[in-house]
Design a protein around this ligand. Structure first.
Ligand code: TTP
Ligand code: MG
Length: 451
């Protein structure tokens, strides 16, 4: 099927088999975000409603925590139906306990426990959390395709090897959990569609690796509906044709499928066989490069802060050089407890590639915070100008050098993901906010070492 390479020997000349693709999908994302700022919700059934208002019955379920799913609550359900399955928890001073009859809960629960926390969607907050997650993804991979607020593909072929791909993926997962506080499920496979199925295979907190050469076997027992691109209608038609599993589909006669579904039938046939030659194409060229690092304990020690900023400055400058990027603006970010983000930056007369200057300017900007207790510092270069077209093959997504829109925190195909505060900072604004927002860490070295 591959028109690339000639040999089918594993790892030899077959580019398709060599790719290492990660699909990262956050677990019950909106609910996880709510838990982040309301830790009491951990381990509890949580329902996040779109168009929902506290104490009301209208709106639809955007997502439900896995605990709430136990009661039959699911995305797109009317809040009224969700409340029938999982009554609202009576909470202190604010919410009522309407419908708090708990007899239809899951087995073995105390009556008092059979109730859930209902929260309205707060998309701005979820975007800020998504920005933090994306920063880690960009730090871990050179090629990141953000497909929604909680989902991305990474091509990490250049960063790792199949022998250690599982450890690499675990590292990505652990970083997200440790640094952001939400869990992701990750699928690793030689192509995008298998990676997506793999990330969904063991949710939540899953990690499933599909080694090259095993994709077809991995897919075979799965229901056809799990194949990307097969919705309920197609699945029903396939079942009527006696095709229940991906294995059945892989063994079907492609001509019959084309007769029934047109060329799409052939595509589904290939997907079921684990053939998917799409490359992970990034959602954009960076508008800035940054790196940041949290102190284990907040510190006031100027030397400690300076040392950290120097290290970060060197890392950022090196990354810019790797990317053939010159920069005209150098900035620092300082986070003081609890989550107050301060950014300062300085623009130069023209674009430079000058690691020493990055350090010098960054330390200069940091001096303002000498007396402050600091929990995190970051260094960023922006106003980038690319001296070489290092992503020529991907330029369909890019504006000309220096004006390319950053997709580091933005997804090009996610209309509900406008610029976050971190992005605003990239536009030269100074942010000084009392919310938990961090700019991205999008550069990173092969070692993936955490600062
Ligand atoms: P999903 O990744 O589909 O769902 P999820 O992250 O909540 O749960 P899972 O663990 O199964 O991945 O969607 C991501 C977010 O998008 C989700 O948290 C809420 C939002 N969303 C809606 O608003 N409406 C919907 O119908 C769906 C499916 C998701
Ligand atoms: Mg998700």
């Amino acid at each position: 099927m591959s028109d690339r390479g000639g040999s089918r020997l594993p790892g030899v000349g077959d580019e398709r088999e060599e790719r290492i693709v990660l699909h990262v999908d956050m677990d019950c994302f909106y609910a996880a975000c709510e838990r982040l700022r309301e830790p009491d919700l951990r381990g509890e059934p949580v329902v996040v409603g779109m168009g929902y208002e506290e104490g009301e019955n209208h709106g639809a379920v955007a997502t439900a925590s896995y605990e709430a799913r136990e009661y039959g609550v699911e995305s797109a359900q009317a809040i009224g139906s969700a409340l029938e399955r999982l009554p609202r928890k009576a909470e202190g001073d604010s919410t009522d306990s309407s419908g708090a009859d708990s007899e239809d809960g899951a087995d073995g629960e105390d009556e008092a426990d059979v109730a859930g926390y209902y929260r309205p969607v707060d998309i701005e907050f979820y975007k800020s959390v998504s920005t933090d997650v994306r920063a880690i993804l960009h730090d871990c991979a050179d090629t990141v395709r953000e497909v929604s607020i909680d989902e991305a593909y990474l091509d990490v072929t250049e960063r790792t090897a199949w022998e250690v791909a599982e450890g690499f993926a675990r590292h990505v997962k652990n970083r997200i959990e440790r640094e952001v506080g939400v869990t992701a499920s990750v699928g690793v496979a030689p192509n995008m569609s298998a990676a997506k199925i793999a990330s969904d295979h063991d949710k939540p907190d899953g990690l499933v690796v599909v080694e090259p050469g095993t994709t077809r076997d991995f897919l075979a027992p799965l229901d056809v509906a799990e194949i990307h691109g097969i919705g309920p209608v197609t699945a029903r038609t396939l079942r009527e044709m006696g095709i229940e599993t991906a294995g059945d589909l892989a063994d079907a006669d492609p001509r019959t499928l084309v007769d029934r579904f047109g060329e799409r039938g052939r595509e589904l046939y290939h997907r079921a066989r684990g053939d998917d030659e799409r490359r992970v194409t990034p959602t954009g060229r960076p508008k800035s490069l940054s790196r940041e690092s949290a102190f284990t304990d907040p510190t006031t020690d100027p030397e400690e802060k300076c040392a950290r900023v120097s290290t970060l400055a060197a890392a950022v400058a090196e990354r810019a050089r790797d990317r053939d990027a010159m920069y005209r603006t150098i900035g620092v970010k300082v986070v003081t407890p609890p989550f107050d983000v301060h950014t300062r930056e300085q623009s130069l007369p023209g674009p430079v590639d000058d690691p020493e200057l990055v350090e010098e300017v960054a330390l200069d900007l940091l001096a303002e915070f000498d007396d402050d207790r600091v929990r995190k510092v970051g260094v960023r270069v922006s106003n980038l100008q690319f001296t070489e077209s290092d992503q020529t093959s991907l330029d369909g997504f890019d504006a000309p050098s220096g004006t390319g829109e950053s997709r580091t925190a933005d997804s090009s195909d996610s209309a509900d993901d406008p610029k976050s505060s971190a992005e605003a900072a990239d536009d030269g604004e100074k942010t000084d906010e009392g919310v938990h927002r961090t700019s991205r860490k999008r550069d990173g070295q092969v070692s993936l070492s955490d600062f």
